[in-house]
Ligand binder design. Structure first.
Ligand code: HEC
Ligand code: HEC
Ligand code: HEC
Ligand code: HEC
Length: 469
């Protein structure tokens, strides 16, 4: 009989918090006489996945889940009560730019600090290219695994599996990825065949097998159905997390969605046979920040500060209009002031004028991800480049909404390029401004009325210069 619960731990957080204190003091005082012998300790497998570059959840709203700081605390908590085997199902990079590669290395380093046993290679990892992937593994000491990934001449590049011994048990972990992610110099073989080949090599060397599978949901389902030989198939990137459930004798689960959810599986103590049980855990704000992970994040932010990536080194720049007209340049809010004095006063009093200071107060002004919405003209001609190169493009200035307006500054009868009211949701998106509504928000930054401008007299805006989000 399988006993599978999918109740998220969230509701129990307060209780756990209280218990933690009681338990911690008990563990301290009772350690010597009450600690169970090593081979009777529980073995818990915790799997993260689909982190997609989210080393922390976005800082704009407080109710976002996920991030390595909470993951670290969660894992530490489990370690107080069980032997934890920590795994990642893949999908950690948020892109392939130099900025995203640095972030990926910081994520791998964070995982190493948590004591990760193996990191499966997923689609975003493959997209980095083999050389970058090998370098990241070498730099961070991360144990990357993939049983079906091959180089351009068909040779395996990473170990296909690993065996973890703990509490008197030997757990084999095999990694696979869907052939649909083959790219560049990477070939990918059939996942099922690769698992079966690994099982042959592993014969007699383990007491349980977990397969980490970076596969879309339909392929994940099929693989679990076709592998009654293994205890669990844990994947991502499915749209929603999948709480552990039985597919024949095999348990299927998925950890996904920007690292917001973990899968936790519990294996019976050595000698007690039986399939693993488990649940999905959401990393809500109830989990405090882990100190080691916080230190890792600081080192990453310092490195960002040192490297000072320009927009073209990130993948955050909106696609440029096809034929950029001459004079399509950000002129800077200071140049608007002489003719639009009242609009400037209103802007000075708005939150947009404080957007950079707020970022700085959080010490996140060095992060391009945050910069893209808290600066003016990020990556556009004449717009924000770096703090040093464009010190007067900080904050959400006039041209963040009206577009690069050098032409208008020189010849005011020529219009600014953007339809300003269409620009809001580029930054006020679901994740960073869930309460956004145009009418209500416009009320707070209303301007442009006192000047008696007659834009209709000016005819249509120059075409082809709108940026797309
Ligand atoms: C030299 C004076 C001058 C400067 C500098 C100037 N403007 Fe204007 N702007 C005008 C005048 C005059 C009009 C009204 C044109 C009309 O109605 O004939 C206008 C109209 C506008 C309009 C309404 C027309 C449209 O394009 O939709 C916007 C928006 C605007 N300005 C934004 C800006 C921004 C942003 C800056 C700074 C980058 C700026 N202006 C700099 C003089 C100026
Ligand atoms: C996609 C655009 C976008 C990105 C990326 C972004 N922000 Fe924001 N941020 C906003 C918007 C829009 C608001 C205003 C939200 C509102 O009031 O509805 C905001 C508000 C804020 C505030 C003020 C919140 C308050 O309640 O006072 C802070 C602080 C902040 N962001 C920090 C950050 C940090 C740190 C990052 C990077 C981790 C970041 N932002 C990334 C768009 C963004
Ligand atoms: C957050 C976005 C945003 C910022 C920042 C902003 N504006 Fe506007 N602005 C708008 C919107 C939206 C309108 C109204 C456009 C409409 O109704 O079509 C507007 C209208 C105007 C108008 C009147 C245009 C007209 O159609 O009559 C002027 C002039 C203007 N803004 C100048 C400025 C100047 C100068 C600054 C900087 C000091 C500035 N704006 C900053 C969004 C912005
Ligand atoms: C380039 C990105 C960007 C664009 C475009 C943008 N905003 Fe914002 N907006 C921000 C950021 C960032 C903040 C938060 C600043 C802070 O508090 O630090 C913000 C804050 C605000 C606030 C203050 C919210 C509050 O609770 O007081 C209002 C209102 C607002 N924006 C309205 C608008 C409207 C209306 C538009 C479109 C016409 C617009 N914004 C376009 C980035 C943007």
């Amino acid at each position: 009989m399988l006993l599978l619960a999918d109740k998220p731990l969230r509701s129990g957080c307060l209780v756990i918090g209280v218990c933690a204190v009681v338990l911690a003091s008990c563990l301290w005082s009772c350690r010597e006489e009450k600690s169970p012998p090593a081979n009777e300790r529980r073995v818990v497998v915790v799997v993260s996945g689909d982190t997609a570059g989210w080393i922390i959840p976005c800082g704009c709203t407080t109710h976002q889940s996920g991030g390595l700081l909470r993951r670290g605390t969660y894992v530490e908590k489990q370690r107080e009560e069980a032997d934890v085997i920590l795994l990642d199902a893949g999908g950690a990079p948020g892109g392939t730019s130099p900025y995203q590669r640095l972030k990926f290395e910081a994520i791998l380093e964070g995982e190493r600090l948590m004591g990760l046993a193996a990191h499966n290679i997923g689609g975003p990892e493959v997209a980095l290219g083999l050389a970058n992937l090998q370098e990241a593994s070498r730099k961070t000491g991360a144990r990357l695994i993939s049983a079906n990934l091959r180089d351009s001449v068909g040779r395996p590049v990473f170990d296909g599996w690993t065996i973890i011994e703990t509490a008197g048990r030997r757990l084999a972990v095999i990694g696979v990825i869907s052939p649909r992610y083959a790219a560049g110099d990477v070939r990918i073989e059939d996942p099922k065949a690769a698992v079966l080949a690994s099982l042959q090599q592993l014969e007699g060397r383990h007491d349980g097998v977990v397969v980490m599978a970076y596969l879309p949901e339909d392929e994940l389902q099929r693989l679990a159905t076709e592998l009654p030989e293994v205890d669990a198939v844990i994947g991502g990137p499915t749209g929603q997390p999948i709480a552990p459930r039985a597919v024949g004798p095999t348990v299927l689960a998925a950890a996904t969605n920007k690292g917001k959810f973990l899968v936790q599986l519990e294996f019976a103590a050595a000698g007690n046979a039986g399939p693993p049980t488990g649940q999905v855990v959401e990393l809500t704000g109830d989990w405090p920040d882990d100190r080691g992970q916080l230190a890792n994040l600081r080192r990453y932010l310092e490195e960002l500060n040192r490297r000072s990536f320009e927009p073209h080194q990130t993948d955050l720049v909106p696609s440029a209009p096809p034929d950029v007209p001459p004079g399509y340049r950000v002129a800077g809010s200071a140049t608007c002031r002489e003719c639009h004095e009242r609009d400037n006063e209103l802007w000075d009093a708005s939150r947009h004028a404080k957007a950079w200071e707020d970022l700085k107060a959080m010490e996140r002004h060095v992060d391009p991800y945050c910069q893209q919405c808290h600066t003016t003209g990020y990556g556009l001609p004449g717009g924000f480049v770096t703090v040093a190169k464009s010190p007067d493009r900080l904050g959400v200035g006039c041209e963040a909404c009206h577009g690069p307006s050098q032409v208008h500054v020189e010849e005011p009868e020529r219009r600014t390029p953007f339809d300003a009211k269409d620009q809001c949701t580029r930054c006020h998106d679901q994740e960073n401004s869930p309460a956004f509504g145009y009418e209500r928000y416009w009320e707070k930054i209303k301007h442009g009325e006192t000047k008696g401008t007659q834009p209709d007299r000016l005819g249509p805006r120059p075409s082809g210069t709108e940026t797309q989000p």
